[in-house]
Design a protein around this ligand. Structure first.
Ligand SMILES: Nc1ncnc2c1ncn2[C@@H]1O[C@H](COP(=O)(O)OP(=O)(O)OP(=O)(O)O)[C@@H](O)[C@H]1O
Length: 423
């Protein structure tokens, strides 16, 4: 049975240009009262069955909160119909529905009564609400003295204790501490098992995968994809990958150019003998070396030779290093290092370790990684060229950043190939 039916729903907002804050400004600059209309939702159709847990995903501004507000009926559509069967409880913007000067306890009464509970019903639930929130010591203080995490605790505790059939939650869990988040997730699972229909917004794809029976991806006010959670998330990730790759390619080009320019202008490529000793980090620790061999450009490509900076774990990656020789050298070693954004070195190697002897300096060397088995995260690439004793010709830290996405939920740094044997 469908408990939520949304038919061709459209919602627009008026965006006012600066209205002017004084009467004088308003009279003098009448044009400032002009506004433009922006459609936040453009013809949404969806059905949610009783007991389903649905994850709403999508980029900022795609319309997720607007959809939840429409379902909660705190705003109304310009066009289309919304049918809801059952009692709705919601946890939308933080603190919405709380009066700042009232105490936590008074706000529980006020908030729960908005969800339709009588005073007697609230009396019976009060202890559970307070104890779930963990705010026993603060419950008689005005909520204006609460932190955002405390607001969230109180609001969540009320929302889950009003015996609703449908629970709508915007991405507010993110402000809580991890132990409370865990408690909320356990509670959501408990409610889900009791048959409560849950719709929640989340930017945490793993949480959506873990909790939801269905996912809906909103993109610019339209449903871009809905249905099987894994498929919808993968479609969304593909879209993000394509988008970020275009942006990253531009950014990283700029980064390399600026690094090169800075270094070259900061310390002209002087190749005096004594400079061999000068191997101290220069350029804010980003680049150092005597530049006998100089790195010119570094790029990352996928197996189809597309320049990329977001990879799916396990993809083939080729790192291409272009360089020039400023002074004849006898031995050359090229190396790479991959660091996680918290500086953990995930992997490093060089041509010497790998037993490659560089006989010819052709101006370019590539290293191919068959399976980039890193776990979801942001990583940095260091590239270096040095002699066989490690004396750097050119060492560039964090020349590129790249992201790795895993479509599984393992944790750690690397994805180790493994099998389970149930004996
Ligand atoms: N009260 C408002 N007045 C004017 N425009 C609004 C209002 N609320 C939302 N919008 C606009 O409507 C669009 C959708 O916003 P909405 O908050 O629903 O997106 P969202 O997907 O929830 O974003 P986020 O992930 O950042 O919370 C955005 O362009 C936003 O600027």
């Amino acid at each position: 049975m469908d408990v939520i039916k949304v038919k061709d729903v459209w919602k627009k907002y008026k965006i006012y240009h600066d209205k002017g804050s004084t009467l004088k400004e308003r009279i003098l600059f009448k044009n400032r009262n002009r506004y433009e209309e922006r459609w936040a939702l453009k013809g949404i159709d969806l059905d949610i069955k009783k007991g389903e847990t649905v994850g709403l995903i999508g980029e900022n501004g795609s319309g997720k909160s607007t959809l939840l507000k429409l379902l909660t009926k705190i705003i109304y559509p310009n066009k289309g119909e919304i049918e809801i069967k059952g009692k709705v409880s919601s946890l939308l913007e933080l603190g919405a529905g709380f009066h700042p000067d009232m105490t936590g306890r008074e706000n529980i009464y006020m908030n729960a009564s908005i969800f339709g509970l009588t005073k007697e019903e609230i009396d019976k639930k009060l202890d559970d609400i307070i104890s779930f929130s963990g705010l026993e010591d603060f419950i008689d203080n005005p909520v204006r003295t609460y932190s955002s995490g405390m607001y969230m605790r109180l609001a969540f505790s009320v929302a889950i204790n009003v015996d609703a059939d449908i629970l709508l939650i915007d991405e507010v869990l993110a402000v809580g501490d991890t132990s409370f988040q865990k408690k909320c997730i356990e509670k959501m699972v408990e409610l889900k098992n009791k048959g409560v229909t849950i719709v929640f917004v989340s930017h945490d794809n793993n949480m959506v995968k873990r909790l939801c029976d269905k996912a809906i991806w909103l993109k610019n006010g339209n449903i871009a994809s809905q249905g099987i959670v894994k498929d919808v998330i993968n479609n969304y990730l593909d879209h993000l990958n394509t988008k970020s790759n275009i942006k990253c390619t531009e950014d990283s080009k700029n980064e390399i150019n600026s690094t090169n320019n800075q270094v070259i202008s900061e310390r002209e490529v002087s190749i005096e003998k004594e400079e061999v000793k000068d191997i101290k980090p220069a350029n804010k620790n980003k680049r150092w070396g005597n530049k006998y061999v100089e790195i010119l450009q570094v790029d990352m490509f996928d197996k189809d030779n597309k320049s990329k900076h977001i990879f799916i774990s396990g993809e083939t990656v080729r790192i291409s290093i272009k360089y020039k020789v400023n002074k004849k050298v006898d031995d050359v070693v090229f190396g790479i290092g991959i660091f996680r954004d918290d500086e953990v070195c995930c992997y490093g190697t060089n041509t010497f370790i790998d037993n490659y002897k560089i006989d010819k300096l052709t101006g370019r060397i590539d290293v191919e990684i068959d399976n980039l088995n890193l776990i979801t995260g942001k990583y940095y690439l260091d590239v270096a060229v040095h002699d066989k004793f490690g004396l750097p010709y050119d060492y560039i830290k964090k020349i590129l950043s790249f992201n790795v996405e895993t479509r599984t939920e393992e944790i750690g740094v690397v994805r180790l190939a493994h099998k389970w044997h149930i004996l």
